[in-house]
Design a binder for this molecule. Structure first.
Ligand SMILES: [Zn+2]
Length: 149
């Protein structure tokens, strides 16, 4: 996840740049890169007045490993800019798979707020539900078979 603190990007600034491109495609955010060299990577949201800003730097001076140093949340309310429900579902699926590992006790409201935290976007209740269902189909379909007689 782009904005997960502590996640290391092997390959340094190049890896961060790729992750940011994916983040832009997935979320539709317009992002300006402010610093982009071997020791700094800083980007901000292009939206006027939005406080979203991320800063990455090397781990212990090792420029082949970058880590998130600082991150603010979006305040531009970009939920509507998500390209399509399919993209949303896919992203929520990723989020669940990465962060929560398909925790069956997870509430849809919790998924929605996690999504907001990670991507700065609001998602619809049914997107959260569909993504959760999709994850459970993938993870537990074998179990379900063995339970059914
Ligand atoms: Zn923003």
């Amino acid at each position: 996840m782009m904005q997960t603190r502590g996640r290391e990007f092997m390959g340094g600034v190049k890896a961060v740049r790729i992750a940011l491109d994916k983040y832009k495609m997935a979320t539709g955010h317009k992002i300006v890169i402010l610093k982009n060299d071997t020791t700094h990577f800083t980007a901000k949201c292009e939206e006027d007045g939005c406080g979203w800003r991320i800063h990455f730097g090397p781990v212990n001076g090792d420029t082949s490993r970058f880590v998130l140093k600082d991150c603010n949340a979006h305040s531009c309310g970009v939920g509507l800019r998500l390209k399509s429900p399919a993209v949303t579902t896919k992203l929520v699926k990723h989020l669940i798979a990465d962060n929560i590992q398909g925790d069956p006790s997870l509430k849809l409201r919790q998924i929605m707020s996690l999504f907001k935290k990670n991507y700065g976007s609001n998602i619809k209740y049914h997107h959260a539900r569909r993504a959760k269902e999709a994850v459970f189909e993938e993870h537990y379909s074998d179990d379900e078979k063995s339970y059914s007689d």
